[in-house]
Design a protein around this ligand. Structure first.
Ligand code: MG
Length: 205
């Protein structure tokens, strides 16, 4: 399976990171399957970065094989959502960006794709663009997003990426983070919510 991720998909987050240009197409990257962190396992701070950021994102689970998917049919290709964290080594990412190099290692390291428990989309009214989500750290909300604020909607992203690569059952799509990203430090307690349902819960060690 593969983990697709979209960057810069919420306007306020782009502003906080200093991105002024408007993207004409979704900004996509991959995280390897070895980056998945789930079942409440702790996230261990890696030693190659002094600035690991959390990015809380809605994650969509692909449930059907497809390529060249038209936007109007894209909703048939996912069936469940959760909250995940796209952990990013911001210092390494900055160095790579300055050189015009790929982000890969700054976002693809082990445990960089924290993943919550999936909720069937049918339980959420079958509208992936009407999902309220938030991330609490030590009981305080640090990011709060609504999927209606995405610059590129899930169906557009799926249609776009499927022109280039086949989507497979079990693939994941991290759909971008809203404003409020920041560094994690040891012993923090991260909890992700869809609505008021806690779907993601783990500690930084
Ligand atoms: Mg992200």
């Amino acid at each position: 399976m593969k983990i697709l991720a979209v960057g810069m998909n919420y306007a306020q987050h782009n502003t906080e990171l200093g991105h002024k240009e408007k993207n004409e197409e979704p900004v996509l990257f991959l995280k390897p399957d070895s980056s998945i962190l789930r079942n409440g396992s702790p996230f261990f701070l890696p030693d190659f970065s002094q600035n690991i950021h959390y990015e809380a994102e809605v994650v969509v689970r692909i449930c059907r094989l497809g390529r060249h998917i038209a936007p109007k049919f894209a909703h048939r290709y996912y069936d469940a959502v959760t909250v995940g964290i796209d952990f990013t080594a911001r210092d390494l990412q900055q160095r790579l960006r300055e050189k015009g190099l790929p982000w890969l290692l700054s976002k693809g390291f082990d445990a960089s794709a924290a993943l919550g428990d999936f909720i069937p989309l049918a339980d959420l009214g079958n509208d992936v663009q009407n999902i309220d989500f938030h991330l609490d750290i030590d009981g305080k909300t640090v990011q709060h997003g609504h999927t209606s604020d995405m610059l590129f909607k899930v169906d557009e992203i799926i249609s776009y990426v499927s022109k280039f690569m086949t989507l497979k059952i079990g693939d994941l799509l991290y759909t971008g983070t809203p404003a409020g990203v920041g560094p994690v430090v040891v012993n923090q307690h991260l909890q992700g919510y869809i609505g008021d349902k806690n779907v993601l819960d783990f500690y930084v060690r």
